[in-house]
Ligand binder design. Sequence first.
Ligand code: BGC
Length: 392
Amino acid sequence: MKTRFWINFVLVVTVVCMPGCKKKTPTPEEPEVKETRLMSAEKESFGQTSDGRQIDLYTLTNTNGLRARIMNYGAILVSLEVPDRDGNIADITLGFDALDGYLKEHPYFGAIVGRYANRIGKGRFVLDGTEYKLAANNGENHLHGGIKGFDKVVWKLDDIRAEGAPRTEDSKAIVKMSYISEDGEEGYPGNMACTVTYTLTEDNELKISYEAETDKTTVVNLTNHSYFNLAGQGTGDVLGHELTLNADKYTPVDEGLIPTGEIRSVKDSPMDFTMGMSIGSRIKQVGDGYDHNYVLNSSPDLSLALAARVYEPTSGRVMEIYTTEPGVQLYTGNFLDGSLTGKAGKVYKKHYAFCLETQHFPDSPNKPNFPSAVLLPGQKYTSVTVHKFSTR
Ligand code: BGC
């Protein structure tokens, strides 16, 4: 009886107090306290695959309003919310509201791509005298790991945590996932164990770190394939975004988008983004748009260095990309054709987003003059890319 009284008492006090506390009108001496955001890392269900595998959504939030949502299907970055210069928050990545959209055919929205991101000419390469044949899923070439690449597998959750929560200067929200790619999967040699870790910091950085190990000599090239529009996803094309690339050279390609092997200067060509230019300023001179690998000035020194800076003038959002990779693929959504409807009912048309995929160069397994993408047993592959957000 006594216990019941106390339960009722507590409930009544809570109900009466809660709305009262929220609606408290601030006095001039006591300014309104804005909603307090805490560094957090949370997990919830996002549905199931057609064969009944559980898919979860991991939400990393920092105290400045940045929020990254990631799932264990394809280790996909589902959304990335970032404030503009007035503090208005928008999701700046293309994708879908529900799992369903990701289970159908789509152009790698937000996905982790592997075992080899980008193209391998004629879907074949030779390692230690043995020829390996991969799926030709892009004309006669192999693209983004094959028919069922790392973007279409269910990753295992290894860790999810908020360090230094609710708030310290170096608080971080972290989610780490792993996947074991078996020997022969999609034609690649060796059992390869890999991990991907997404970390959101108080410095408004989203860091993506990769590690891999193999039991047989193989090739590896992992990247994240997010489609960005810094004005907000689905709001229009990205031709007005200003892009600076820390790259004096690029790798010209043939008609199948396979590098010819030449490393060419960008000087005096529409490929030059060293000084910062709008994406659209010379895009008509490059056929359907940009779909090229740039040789970063830091290449092949694999320490973290600035690769790109993108500024969107209407929102003021700035994204800088730092990477340990020697190259970056600039892809301007040339094959988006209005046939996909994504988040919030937005239709994705040509050039509605750009991708900056940090990577080893395309077709490296067949190009001895490119930085090697070979991984030997006993070696550890590591790769780090940081997306840093600010406004101006
Ligand atoms: C490639 C494009 C391709 C796109 C989507 C990019 O990484 O460079 O050629 O169409 O991915 O698959």
